[in-house]
Design a protein around this ligand. Structure first.
Ligand code: SAM
Length: 365
């Protein structure tokens, strides 16, 4: 029996097992890991793919993450915040299409005016998307960064019920190497705990392919997700943006990108194997690297997709990295294109449901 097979037959994996799986580099081993993850996903979550319409509602940001295209020091970015009515209209469009949930994502702001604005938007989306099919309106996931416990409570009370905050890397040194000193990893961990205490379903994730990252770091990331008992995971490859301090890694990135892509897929599979019934997103960054990247993510055990529903006129201003797909496509085109892609791999799209993870539902019982 091969080492990979014997690991996959175990009930619980330790750190060394996870390192071995993430380091798999021959096609037979990789396919074995993928098939195991896919089976666990079907057994524990079912075949459905859950949609969250992604609305990138603002690119104003007070943070200066070294990797991110909308960091505050990038003076070339045309800053915007969508009007309340436009955000609500995008969410309503999602609800009308049967997308049971939306993700409201933005750069980071913590000022009162922004939080008031966001709380109003959440309440407006909730009231305008209630219907017979969805009496409580669409499910709302937030991705607006580090906030105070009071702000988290306010946004939860306004009607949002899921929150994504990536740890980016669980290794404190690696985290420090991609953020300015004022951005502290412990603050992020405290925020994740505060989100859980507030009542949110909590999601986190990392970037795969950060320069200097090892397979052992990634294994520790998986263990971090397990120990934090998260409900959702949203991870993706790191992709260089030319107007960031990390543009010095262009050559490294070009050289390593096939490996980064494959490791990002293996991370999805290993998270599925270790964490079981969490929701795992197949993120847009995968599609930025390969045209079929998001389908591949689903094949490796992901069960959530975030179709692009940001109005086309601002999409180019929310460039986190280079090669972002679907910049000009009309939302209707994005919808049919994705549908075809998902059906092509034998999966089906869940309609008019929030699509909470089984783990989150179990926690509520
Ligand atoms: N400000 C919020 C936060 O930090 O959670 C939400 C917006 S932030 C732009 C969303 C995510 O984009 C980050 O967590 C990060 O992992 C990802 N991201 C930013 N720049 C990236 C890059 N160059 N490559 C891949 N992912 C990137």
């Amino acid at each position: 029996m091969s080492t990979i097979t014997s690991i996959l037959l175990k009930d619980a994996l330790d750190r060394d097992d996870i390192i071995t799986l993430l380091g798999a580099d021959n096609p037979t081993d990789i396919e074995l890991i993928r098939l195991t993850a896919e089976k666990i996903m079907r057994d524990k979550c079912g075949p459905d793919v859950f949609y969250r319409g992604l609305i990138e509602f603002s690119n104003h940001c007070i943070c200066d993450c070294y990797y991110c295209g909308i960091r505050k020091s990038n003076a070339a970015v045309n800053r915007y915040i969508l009007p309340k009515d436009d955000i609500a209209a995008s969410a309503k469009w999602c609800a009308d299409q049967g997308y049971g949930s939306v993700v409201l994502q933005s750069g980071e702001r913590r000022d009162e005016a922004f939080i008031d604005f966001l709380a109003d938007v959440i309440a407006e989306i909730k009231s305008s998307t209630t219907s017979e099919k969805m009496p409580d309106g669409v499910g709302i996931t937030l991705s607006v960064g580090e906030q105070s416990p009071e702000t988290y409570k306010r946004l939860y009370d306004a009607g949002a019920h899921r929150y994504l905050l990536r740890i980016e890397s669980s290794n404190p040194h690696l985290f420090a190497s991609i953020h300015p000193p004022a951005q502290d990893q412990q603050t992020r961990i405290d925020c994740l705990k505060s989100l859980r205490d507030t009542g949110f379903q909590v999601g986190t994730g990392v970037m795969t392919g950060i320069p200097g990252q090892t397979v052992a770091d990634l294994a520790d990331d998986v263990l971090f997700f397990r120990d934090m008992d998260v409900d959702m995971i949203g991870m993706g490859p790191y992709i260089v943006h030319k107007a960031t301090p990390m543009n010095i890694y262009y050559d490294y990135y070009n050289y390593a990108k096939d490996e980064i892509f494959q490791t990002a897929l293996l991370m999805i599979a290993v998270c599925r194997i270790v964490l079981g019934d969490v929701n795992i997103a197949s993120t847009t960054a995968l599609q930025a690297m390969r045209d079929n990247g998001r389908e591949e993510g689903l094949r490796y055990g992901a069960n959530v997709i975030m179709p692009q529903t940001t109005p086309v006129n601002v999409r180019r201003d929310y460039l986190l990295y280079e090669g972002k797909p679907c910049l000009d496509e009309d939302v209707r085109h994005c919808r049919t294109c994705l549908e075809k892609r998902i059906h092509s791999i034998g999966r089906k799209i869940a309609v008019d449901v929030w699509g909470d993870s089984k783990r989150a539902l179990r926690r509520q019982c």
